[in-house]
Design a protein around this ligand. Sequence first.
Ligand code: THU
Length: 160
Amino acid sequence: MKKDIHIGYEHFKSSSELNDIEKKLFERAKAARENAYAPYSNFLVGCAILLENGEIYSGNNQENAAFPSGLCAERTALFWIGANFPNEKINKIFIIGGPREFSEKTPPIPPCGACRQSLMEYETKQNDNIEVYFSNLNEEVFKVNSIKDLLPFYFDATFL
Ligand code: THU
């Protein structure tokens, strides 16, 4: 029997359509992107994470001459939060990426598969959804309400 999966998402044509906290996250992610260490790909990604207590923390991609030793922006920030605030809930993550040289053609950058899996782990751990926003330097934004929307048929601890 054939079945379909439908996901809902929001599309903002410009960051001016975002509310105040979303705008703040956008700005923090954009600023974090500027500090990305990406000398090999020249593809800079920044993210900002809003905790339930209102605090915002950011991260960016950290590359390495031994390529697989580098890490994406999302996991850099997530693991730091996991290490320092293990009991704080994560409400939102805002991701912005693009080539060092701005290209109007770059679409909003969604989180890679490994980062989706890591986000899934934290959703499971906190038993609550994490809203995911992803954007580009044109300030076009997509939003999903849960990482589950980006990771159908996800693997988690229930299979172990
Ligand atoms: N990158 C991220 O930081 N997040 C993603 O979700 C996609 C890719 C980084 C990894 C690498 O440093 C560069 O972008 C090019 O793949």
